[in-house]
Write a protein that binds this ligand. Structure first.
Ligand SMILES: NC(=O)c1ccc[n+]([C@@H]2O[C@H](COP(=O)([O-])OP(=O)(O)OC[C@H]3O[C@@H](n4cnc5c(N)ncnc54)[C@H](OP(=O)(O)O)[C@@H]3O)[C@@H](O)[C@H]2O)c1
Length: 237
């Protein structure tokens, strides 16, 4: 039996790194990619058996070369993102919203495109959006627009790229470096606030989202779906 090879772009931290660990434990060969070399080395140490490769997914030439070097593979996880574009609509900087698209939406889409010639017909693509796409939370209009854009593409690609499967996970609030634009005190206070509003009474852990990613990869009858994994935050209104 041939080995299943999964590639996680944005796999050196947070949700992508947790997915790398759980897919390795499930027997996959896993390659993770990110920009920062120190983070990549730490990821290789934290997730034994994972191969780390440097890539800026905003660079289309480098991205095509990355996949050409990787060769044929089975599953693609798009875990890269951006914290730009948050804030009240009245004072939202157009440049910050543009960055959210340039640092998350466009690279997720164009990485998926660059991967296609090498992605197995029996394989899958898993995008990572965010529950802000539908959470009607004040201060998240920029994030809502970007993450809804990713989710809109998923059913289209599930049909267009079939029999490859295309899915998405929409995480709620998860304790990762994504929140490092806040000070430690602000982050702690925000998490206490979100945990209080969330039916499961805690914020997410990267492993929670990795389990949802693993499910979508493993179930060969799942395609065109966006799986919300938010501890019930959406229900809190
Ligand atoms: N944490 C949350 O509460 C939350 C909630 C909803 C959705 N999400 C989404 O979940 C996804 C994963 O975020 P996370 O929370 O795990 O954040 P994270 O811990 O900051 O991880 C982001 C990963 O993406 C990589 N990355 C960023 N830009 C890249 C680029 N241009 N090329 C290659 N790699 C790149 C980062 O490594 P380098 O910086 O070294 O490149 C890192 O490995 C993001 O799309 C985020 O928007 C997160």
């Amino acid at each position: 039996m041939t080995e299943t090879h999964s590639i996680i772009i944005g796999g050196s931290s947070g949700i992508g790194l947790a997915a790398a660990r759980s897919l390795t434990a499930a027997g996959h060969r896993v390659t993770v990619a990110g920009r920062d070399l120190d983070r990549l080395k730490a990821a290789e140490a934290a997730a034994l058996g994972v191969t780390a490769r440097q890539l800026d997914a905003c660079d289309p030439v480098a991205t095509r070369a990355f996949f050409a070097a990787a060769g044929a593979f089975d599953h693609l996880v798009l875990a890269l993102g951006s914290s730009s574009g948050m804030g009240p609509f009245a004072s939202l900087e157009p440049a910050a919203v543009k960055r959210q698209f340039e640092e998350k939406v466009f690279p997720q889409l164009f990485v998926a495109q660059a991967a296609l010639p090498h992605l197995a017909e029996t394989g899958s693509i898993t995008f990572i959006s965010a529950v802000s796409s539908r959470a009607h939370m004040p201060g998240t209009a920029g994030l809502a627009a970007a993450n809804a854009a990713i989710e809109a593409v998923v059913p289209v690609l599930a049909v267009e790229l079939a029999p490859r499967r295309v899915n998405c996970v929409a995480p709620g609030v998860v304790d990762t470096a994504w929140w490092d634009f806040l000070s430690a005190d602000q982050k702690g206070a925000a998490f206490v606030d979100f945990a209080g509003k969330t039916p499961v009474k805690r914020v997410g852990r990267p492993d929670d989202i990795a389990a949802a990613i693993g499910f979508l990869i493993a179930d060969s009858f799942m395609t065109g779906h966006c799986l919300v994994c938010d501890g019930g935050l959406l229900l809190a209104g």
